[in-house]
Design a protein around this ligand. Structure first.
Ligand SMILES: [Zn+2]
Length: 105
């Protein structure tokens, strides 16, 4: 079903989304490279994983090897994932309470 985007270095998981600064932390599902992806004026519409392809990017990225070798990077990524989880939970709670309110109206 559909095109396997990972073949083209275009399959990413979003670890964290900082909408207020138009920045996401994304991870290539194929090679595990983590990228600070911007979708403001620095937006790169054809962005692909620089490790899986020969794409040249201005974004900061860390390869899986770099991450595995650095406790600091591991901590930072864990922090992002934790923040995202909290954000998601907050959002779901809010959504539930809004639905309940609407029903009670
Ligand atoms: Zn990759």
């Amino acid at each position: 079903m559909g095109i396997d985007q990972s073949k083209y270095g275009m399959s990413f998981d979003c670890l964290f989304d900082a909408h207020w600064k138009c920045m996401s932390i994304i991870r290539c599902t194929k090679c595990g490279t983590v990228v600070e992806y911007y979708y403001d004026e620095d937006y790169e519409p054809n962005f692909r994983c620089p490790i899986c392809t020969d794409y040249k990017t201005g974004y900061v990225y860390y390869t899986k090897e770099q991450i595995e070798a650095s406790e600091e990077l591991k901590e930072i990524i864990k922090m992002y994932e934790e923040l995202q989880k909290q954000d998601q939970e907050r959002y779901e709670r809010k959504e539930k309470s809004l639905i309940k309110e609407a029903k009670n109206r």
